[in-house]
Each structure stands twice: as C-alpha cells, then as structure tokens.
Design a protein around this ligand. Structure first.
Ligand code: FES
Length: 111
C-alpha cells in the first residue's frame, strides 16, 4: 500500500464529486456520509470526467448520458455504460484524505 495525500476532507462536497490528481492518476473523489471514495476520473462509456457529476445515494452520475456508477464497486447502475470504472483504496486520516493509486479495489485497470 502506498497512500498519498489527495486533498482535505473539507474539500469534498456532499453532493458532487471533485477532481484531483494523485501521482499520474486523475481521480474523482466523492463522499457518502462519512465515507469517502475514489474512482478513476473517466466514464467507461466515453471520455467524460466523472468529477463533474452529481453524487447521490453512493453513486456518481456521468453528466453526458446519465449512467451512474456505484462508488463502492465502480459498476454502472444503468445504461449506456456497461463496464465498471476503477476504484481505489481511500484512507481518511483526521482531516486529510489519502488514496493509494498503485492498486485498485475492484481489479479494474484504469483507462
Ligand atoms: S459518456 Fe458517460 S454515460 Fe456516456
């Protein structure tokens, strides 16, 4: 495990994702209550940043065609996307959010 600081917890909005780059990996960071999640910042359907999407019920929405991705599993909950996006380990240390971009939680290779 190789966690790197991504951003401050206070920088993660309640109802939308935020984009951040850790190492060479672009991430969409989002929260569900006190839980924080990191997914790769590109929709699996086309090259659209998920960090620009709204977050609801532990999913992030792709603004272009409306597929939602489960923040826990990376899997789309509806069409047109059919493939999961990579999810990364997150560690909240006090007021700071750390992400390990050297591995994925769901085994998906980032695009
Ligand atoms: S680009 Fe994301 S659902 Fe089509």
């Amino acid at each position: 495990m190789s966690f790197q600081r991504a951003l401050a917890l206070a920088e993660v909005p309640e109802d939308e994702a935020v984009g951040v780059t850790v190492g060479a990996q672009e991430l969409a960071i989002a929260r569900h209550g006190d839980e924080v999640f990191a997914v790769e910042d590109v929709c699996s359907h086309a090259a659209v940043a998920l960090s620009e999407g709204e977050v609801d019920d532990c999913t992030v929405e792709c603004w272009l065609h409306g597929s939602r991705f489960d923040l826990r599993t990376g899997k789309p909950t509806g069409l047109p996307a059919t493939e999961p996006v990579a999810t990364f380990p997150v560690d909240v240390r006090g007021t700071e959010v750390y992400v390990d971009v050297t591995t994925t939680l769901n085994g998906v290779t980032p695009q």
